[in-house]
Design a binder for this molecule. Structure first.
Ligand SMILES: [Zn+2]
Length: 119
């Protein structure tokens, strides 16, 4: 811990930008002459930079949003396919059954007419 009496507990507020202009000047003047405080400010500034949330650049933000959108679209298509496949299969089977019924009905009617004519 820093034992310097000159700026004491001002280093934290200084790093967070919570000092008045006058207080910040006092700290900066002290940092120009005190190696120990300068080192502490440097270390604490590096720690804060590592702890700070990372803000993406506009390009990174666009890339991230496009990647999320592409994944969402793929997931939506997969879900839609899973929902639509049984319906499509049912419609195909029903259409086949109707076509078969019409074909067999036509053959039955045609056969009956042939039998009536020959009788
Ligand atoms: Zn100092």
């Amino acid at each position: 811990m820093n034992q310097c009496k000159h700026i004491g507990n001002l280093i934290g507020p200084y790093l967070y930008g919570d000092l008045t202009t006058q207080e910040a000047e006092i700290v900066e003047n002290h940092l120009n002459s005190c190696e120990r405080c300068r080192l502490e400010v440097d270390v604490r500034r590096k720690v804060l930079a590592r702890l700070a949330p990372q803000t993406p650049t506009p390009e990174e933000r666009t890339r991230i949003l496009l990647a999320v959108r592409a994944r969402t679209l793929r997931a939506d298509r997969a879900v839609a396919g899973a929902i639509l496949w049984p319906r499509r299969a049912f419609v195909a089977v029903a259409a086949g059954a109707v076509a078969a019924a019409l074909f067999l009905g036509g053959m039955w009617v045609g056969g009956r007419r042939r039998r009536e004519r020959s009788a």
